[in-house]
Design a protein around this ligand. Sequence first.
Ligand code: DAH
Length: 360
Amino acid sequence: MDTLDTLRAKYLQGVAAAADEAALEDVRLAALGKKGEVSLKMRELGQMSPEQRLTAGPALNALKDELDAALRARKAALADAALDERLKAEWLDVTLPARPRPRGTIHPVSQVMEELTAIFADMGFAVAEGPQIESDWYNFDALNIPPEHPARQEHDTFFMARAADDTRPPHVLRTHTSPVQIRAMTEKGAPIRVIAPGRVYRMDMDQTHAPMFHQVEGLAIDRNLSMANLKWVLEEFCRAFFEVPNVDLRFRASHFPFTEPSAEVDIRCSWAGGQLKIGEGDSWLEILGSGMVHPKVLKAAGVDPDQWQGFAFGMGIDRIAMLKYGIPDLRAFFDSDLRWLRHYGFAALDMPTLHGGLSR
Ligand code: DAH
């Protein structure tokens, strides 16, 4: 029986050492194949005496079964390992992060419009709109700028064409957002609190002027509003918009036909080291025009000036966007240069909210 033990040890070791299915098959053939050592031993049983066969037969069968089982187990283990290898080689990481940021960006003007809308909404101002092609009456007359008024020249107006025999005054590309004051009051009456952000047009073009730019109009009409309310609203706005704890505003007496009294408002800033800082320093930057709404303007919009009064203001959106985000040239706003848009644009999902932080 020594030889059987030797065979068992030899082939069990061979099975354990077989590195792949082909090597394992070689071991199987060497042991249990037609001419395998164990098979040949089986054949020798025929020449044995019945007594010899009685012990050798079961021992051989047991060895055959044992090797058979070891071969199957090893085969299954090799197949598992091969599958593991394949899975590792063909592994695909479907959890790769999406692109961190979409390729498109939000234009600084759109971003600033969202920011200021959020701030004024918090103070109870709704958003009002008006057309960009405006009638002469809404753009000028209703705002106390009659035909011969010098302010008309200052506005560098674009006029729309009329048929040669049409003597009515031509429509204009609105030169400011102030006509939306008239439209909002005519529609909603008083009391009212609105802002009107949008495009305006003037024949002007240099580093700080473009023929199309953006303004936001503000209007608040109630029983007894005063310049003090105007000042509070503007200070509150600037603090929130420029995201600095201290803003200093300077009101300078001025003149607009549609307000009385009128004031232009400057914001304190510094240019130390070529870097603009809002809220500190010895320089002043003009950011808006404002005043108490002229009684004639209220009347033109069907609001009784003996019952109602209030304030209005008009601010350049492009300008405050340049100040807040350090953008040097206004003309680049409207060049649609992709490099500029990617540099100064905002991620599409960064909707400004007061609680989430405006410009983060
Ligand atoms: N409409 C003026 C402009 O475009 C700005 C302005 C000044 C608007 C005073 C106002 C205001 O509402 O009260 O220059």
